[in-house]
Ligand binder design. Structure first.
Ligand code: SF4
Length: 70
């Protein structure tokens, strides 16, 4: 998986969908782009500002748990 510095906001966003091609490369797909024409289906990474960003609380909590175990 791409590290969060290379991905930017999408790494912590509730709308991201990670897809993998046949060669094993991973892409961040924006699920919100299906209904919001301002957004790109495959955003240019890293995304530093985004009007559609919504914090994915579940993944954010997992990140904190991982940090506390390191
Ligand atoms: S809404 Fe923005 S931050 Fe969230 S997945 Fe789409 S492009 Fe990334």
């Amino acid at each position: 998986m791409l590290d969060s510095k290379r991905v930017g906001l999408c790494a912590r966003c509730a709308h991201n969908r990670i897809t993998t091609n046949r060669r094993g490369s991973q892409f961040y797909l924006c699920g919100l782009a299906m209904t919001d024409p301002r957004l790109r289906k495959y955003p240019s990474l890293p995304v530093l500002r985004c009007e559609g960003f919504e914090l994915d609380v579940q993944s954010n909590n997992q990140g904190r748990e991982n940090e506390s175990h390191e």
